[in-house]
Design a protein around this ligand. Structure first.
Ligand code: A2P
Length: 339
């Protein structure tokens, strides 16, 4: 019997994440019958390749969704707020990479390795979590299940691709300008990003945290369905193109040794442990880039609290942190006959 195929749309197809969504749909052999690529009017006339054919990009309008079964959105929160409900009303299952609906109690916030069941209760829209949250909860899920987590202190080292195509370009141009002895120009970021870093991702809020930091805080509790977990995040932009890194210190409810944690993580879905630090065996972004796994290393006891663990977590922010997680949600719905 022929395999069922689906009419799929990618909204924001020309962007850093949208581009990757198209590639990941092809690489992971998602059963696409027909692919519709949507972006702004500026992109009409562009073509993108998918499975050997060139597909024209169309302008996103209210009428773009007739006949579509699943739409992957990554064109920013404003576009999602307007068009995701329109698509959902047209019967499309929307998997939305923006932050527009993540904390909406009626919208599931899903990482397939962590809370796949949550997706099944959707009413048209499923939210893809923030990139930094995704890799953190994939790494912490086996520990949360085994011993419970009371508190997480996390510092991130985030790649510029998370800001989009223009930020990738800004880092490239600044590096070239500085190497050539020219004054670097700044457009996207509040400071020069080449050869620099800054603890500023999203706007700052009244409580002193940035929006990105509060996303990690709020989304973690929602995904784990555990209102008790406390999170203190510091999110930092660094001059790396692809791959976010995170330093985690966690306090668990029951004790767990570093070797027990290493063993649990070693068999956790979507996780690869690289933990031979003396010989340079720890996760690094240039190795994580281009893959869908979450890499964990430097697993050790944190002696500053009673039940403490420290670790280092790296993943490709555009793939596992965005595009691949969205495609995996769609795959899971197909596997369960829900698409
Ligand atoms: P476009 O390339 O036509 O501007 P990134 O985050 O990498 O900057 O990508 C943003 C994505 O969102 C792009 O695909 C961009 O399309 C899309 N986008 C931005 N504004 C709109 C809009 N008004 N309507 C549809 N797509 C949009």
């Amino acid at each position: 019997m022929a395999r069922k195929e689906f009419k799929v749309a990618v909204v924001g197809a020309t962007g850093a994440v949208g581009n990757m969504m198209v590639r990941v749909l092809e690489e992971r052999a998602f059963p696409v019958g027909e692919l519709t690529l949507l972006a702004s009017a500026r992109s009409v006339g562009k073509k993108m390749s998918f499975k050997g054919s060139e597909i024209p990009v169309q302008e996103l309008t209210e009428n773009s969704f007739a006949g579509i079964q699943v739409a992957l959105f990554s064109a920013g929160g404003t576009i999602s707020k307007k068009f995701a409900p329109i698509a959902a009303r047209a019967g499309v299952v929307v998997i939305d990479n923006s932050s527009a609906f993540r904390m909406d109690p009626t919208v599931p916030l899903v990482v397939p390795e962590v809370n796949p069941e949550a997706a099944l209760s959707h009413s048209g829209i499923i939210a893809n979590p923030n990139c930094s949250t995704i890799q953190m909860v994939v790494a912490l899920k086996p520990i949360q299940d085994a011993v419970g987590i009371r508190r997480i202190v996390v510092t991130t080292f985030q790649a510029v691709s998370g800001t989009g195509m223009k930020a990738i370009e800004e880092l490239k141009v600044q590096v070239a300008d500085i190497a050539a002895g020219r004054e670097p120009k700044r457009q996207i970021y509040p400071h020069q990003i080449a050869f620099n870093c800054f603890p500023h991702i999203g706007a700052f809020l009244d409580n002193g945290f940035s929006e990105e930091e509060m996303k990690m805080d709020n989304e973690t509790r929602k995904i784990f369905e555990d209102p008790e977990i406390k999170v203190c995040a510091t999110t930092v932009r660094i001059p790396v193109f692809y791959g976010h890194s995170e330093s985690l210190n966690i306090e668990t409810r029951k004790p767990i040794s570093a070797s027990e944690a290493r063993k649990l993580l070693g068999s956790a879905p979507g996780v690869k442990v690289i933990d031979e630090p003396a010989s340079g065996g720890y996760p690094i972004p240039i190795q994580a880039a281009g893959t869908d796994d979450t890499y964990v290393g430097r697993i050790r006891r944190d002696p500053s609290v009673e039940n403490g663990l420290a670790m280092w977590v790296v993943a490709d922010n555009i793939r596992k942190g965005a595009a691949s997680n969205a495609v995996q949600i769609a795959e899971m719905l197909v596997a369960r006959g829900r698409l």
